[in-house]
Write a protein that binds this ligand. Structure first.
Ligand code: TXA
Ligand code: MG
Length: 340
């Protein structure tokens, strides 16, 4: 299949035409990748079963992993679910459009392969202007997982999408780099108290400021429990070389680097600016000065190491406060070892 690539940055004169062409393909039952404020999504009409099958096929995604449905307005969200607790209205007001997904009781309007047979559906209102415009033009709910091959890091640029899915999907709307860099927070809103199924762009602290107590799915912290969100049970985001997390001061990280280099291994390191400045390795990737820059740079860094010949990637372990919780959730999934 020939994959179309439209350039839809603000400076592009035919941005509207690009978005309209992409919306036409979605309406015709094709798959189109588009930027959101978190990562690029691979979209298809959520009410069209055959279109949704194309997403699973293009990504090589397990069939039991449900998709997130993207809509442009709270009204469209309400059209997909049977009921909405009061706290969701507060969260819609506070955080949307933005990086949060609400899992609510499904009314069955979405195709059955969107929800993977569950009686709930995950819905989100993305904050990216191109995503919002596309959803308005398409005028259908759009199911969209991250636009990567299953198992690879999520794409934070159209180049990432292109390298995974060129030839496998109908088109890509190129809107440049995404902002947050990590996926949305998935929040189970089917109970009296909301439960975080996947930490993401909106932090636990931010949610609690608006609705009080928020729980975290025990399956996220405890290896023995089965996560409630089907996607969280898979190992994910993996670079080709093994990734080890290293906790402690930069001296300890240096010690691990030295030991591995002595064995003849080429060692790549990813860390925040301060740590990067304090260590020596074969290849260093600076993730920036704070947790927001670390989140934004993380997936690109994991992909970057695949293009270089390293035997091992080391990453410093970060504090699990704020967006650090989502960063560490993804790193632990990508890592094969955690040195404490
Ligand atoms: O930021 C994001 O959420 C991105 C952009 C493209 O919107 N999308 C994304 O989709 O990350 P995906 O498919 O890569 O991850 C969806 C996650 C999976 O872990 C899936 O299991 C969970 O959401 N999920 C979806 N529907 C669910 C449901 N009804 N109940 C529990 N978990 C659900
Ligand atoms: Mg994904």
């Amino acid at each position: 299949m020939d994959t179309k690539r439209w350039y839809a940055n603000d400076f592009q004169q035919d941005k509207q035409v690009a978005i309209q062409s992409a919306a036409e393909l979605l309406k015709a039952g094709e798959t189109v990748a588009f930027p959101t404020e978190t990562v690029y999504g691979l979209g298809a009409d959520a009410t069209n079963k055959a279109a949704i099958s194309k997403i699973f096929q293009a990504k090589g995604r397990p069939q039991d992993n449900p998709l997130i449905v993207h809509v442009a307005t709270p009204q469209q969200l309400k059209e997909l679910v049977t009921s909405i607790p009061n706290y969701v209205d507060k969260l819609l007001e506070a955080f949307t459009p933005g990086p949060i997904t609400f899992v609510l009781p499904s009314n069955g309007r979405c195709a059955e392969n969107v929800t993977a047979g569950l009686d709930s559906v995950g819905v989100r209102l993305p904050g990216h202007p191109i995503a919002l415009k596309l959803l308005q033009e398409a005028a259908v709910p759009v199911a969209a997982p991250s636009a990567n091959l299953s198992g690879k890091p999520s794409p934070t640029s159209a180049d990432h999408v292109w390298s995974d899915l060129n030839g496998r999907i109908a088109g890509v709307l190129d809107g440049g780099a995404t902002g947050v860099g990590l996926e949305s927070t998935v929040l189970d809103c089917t109970q009296a108290i909301p439960i975080i199924l996947r930490p993401g762009g909106i932090t636990k602290e931010q949610l609690e400021e608006v609705v009080g107590t928020v729980m975290i799915d025990p399956g996220l912290a405890n290896e023995k429990e089965r996560p409630k969100s089907p996607g969280m049970k898979y190992r994910h985001y993996s670079p080709d070389a093994p990734l080890w997390l290293v906790e402690g001061p930069s001296e300890k990280l240096q010690q691990v680097i030295d030991e591995e280099m002595k064995k003849g291994h080429r060692v790549g390191v990813m860390a925040a600016s301060k740590t990067v400045a304090a260590i020596e390795a074969d290849l260093k990737k600076d993730l920036g000065a704070n947790m927001e820059t670390v989140a934004a740079a993380l997936y690109d860094a994991l992909r970057m190491f695949n293009e270089h010949d390293v035997d091992l990637i080391l990453c410093e372990a970060f504090s699990e406060q704020g967006i650090g919780q989502a960063v560490m959730n993804r790193l632990k999934k990508a890592a094969s070892d955690y040195i404490k």
